[in-house]
Design a protein around this ligand. Sequence first.
Ligand code: UD1
Length: 422
Amino acid sequence: MDSIVVKGGTPLKGKIQIAGAKNAALALMPATLLSEEPLTLTNAPRLSDIKTMTELLRSLGVEVTALQDGKVQVLSSHAMTSTTADYDIVRKMRASNLVLGPLLARHHQAVVSLPGGCAIGARPMDIHVTALEAMGAEIELKDGYLHANAKGGLKGARVPLRFASVGATENVLMAATLAKGTTVIENAAREPEIVDLAECLRRMGAQIDGEGTSAITIQGVDRLGAATHPVVTDRIELGTYMLAPVFAGGEVECIGGRLDLVGSFVEKLHAAGVEVTETADGLKVSRSNGRARAVDVTTEVFPGFPTDLQAQMMAMLCTAEGTSVLEEKIFENRFMHAPELVRMGADIEVHGGTATVHGVDRLKGAPVMATDLRASVSLILAGLAAEGETVVSRVYHLDRGYEHVEEKLGAVGAQIERIAGS
Ligand code: UD1
C-alpha cells in the first residue's frame, strides 16, 4: 500500500485548482438510473470512490464512459440488466445506497445490500427506509439486503425526516421525481450537494422547489430526459487546501473556491486569526503573523461546521495558541486521528464526542496511520507544520476523496512525495 512522505517547514505559495465535489458526484451518478437518456457530468473529480460508483452502476447494466481523463462522465441507463446492488461493492462505499431511490422510482423494485459499519460509526439506513415507505414502498431486510418494492410505482407523500440526513434526502429527492403526485421532504438536508443534485434533476426535466431549505417540494413527472451538468466545487477539498498555508505558512489561492460553500468554516478561520480573502477566481488564505488562536468547533448539519472538515481543523488547532474544544455531533466515532496527532506531539484529550486540544509550540514528524479519508488528509496537513519527516501510511483512504494530493501540494512548494507500496 502506498504511503505519503511529508517534510515540514516550507512555506507555500501559489494556486490550487479545486475539483468537483466527490459527494455531489456520488449522488449525481445514480441519477442516471432515472432516465433512459444519457446524463453527462462535467467537472467530475478523479477519485477511487467514483470508480467504485462506476463499478456499481455497470453491475446494473449502466454504460459509463469516462472522457477527458475522467473529468467528464457520460452515463446511460437505456439497457439496464439488474436492480440488485451487491454487498461486495456496497461494503466498500456507503454512498452505494444512493441507487435505492432511483431504482425504486423507475423500476419499482430494488435489492440493495446494507452498507454495514465503517470506521466512523454504525451509519444505519432507517431514515431512508422510513421515508421511502411513506411513499408507498414495501421494504424488507433479508440476508443483509433491503428488498424494496413499489408495485404500481411510488406515490407522492409528506416525508418528514427524523434527522436531516444527506443521503436520505438525496434518495427521496431522486425517488420523488418519478412518483405520482407531490412529495414534500420536511427537515431536508440543506447541503450544497443537495442543491447541485436538484439542479441536475431539473435539467433532466424534474419539477423541484425549495432545495437548499429544509422543505423541498417535488412534483412527480412521467419521465426524465437527457442532461449535461457541471459538478459543484468540492467544499471539503476547498476547506482542506485553505488550511494548508495555515499549517505551513505562506499564501495559497484556491481556484474555484466560493464563500457560500464554506461560510461557517471561514468564520472559524477568522476567529483563529487567519486571513481569508475573496479573489476573482476563488479564495486566498495567508498566514504570516505567527500562530493561529484557539477556537471551539461544533460539527453540525449545513450551514453549520462540516464534520468532514473536523479532522483537518483539529490538526490545525494542535499548534494554535490556547485550548480548543471540538464537539463531534454527526458521527459517534470520528476522532481516530487524535491518537495519531498525539504521536506527532499534540496534546489532545478525548471524552466521548468531545476533544480538548491544548495548543503546543510545534509538532514533530512521525510515522502515522490513516484510518479514514479525512483523518488521512489531516495527518498530511499536520506533516506540513511538523519538524522533520512524517510518513502517512495506508493512504488508500486518501485516494477515495482527494485527487493528486501530492501534485497539488507539491505545486505550491510543499515537500511531499508518494512512495509506492507493495
Ligand atoms: C454524507 C457524506 C459524508 C458526510 C455526511 C454528513 C456523501 C457521499 N457522504 O454522508 O461525507 O460526512 O453526509 O455531512 O455525501 N443516519 C441514521 N440513519 C439513516 C441515515 C443516517 O441514523 O438512515 C445517521 C448516520 O449514522 C450519521 C448521521 O445520520 O450519524 C449523518 O448521516 P448522513 O447525513 O446520512 O450522512 P451520509 O449521507 O451517509
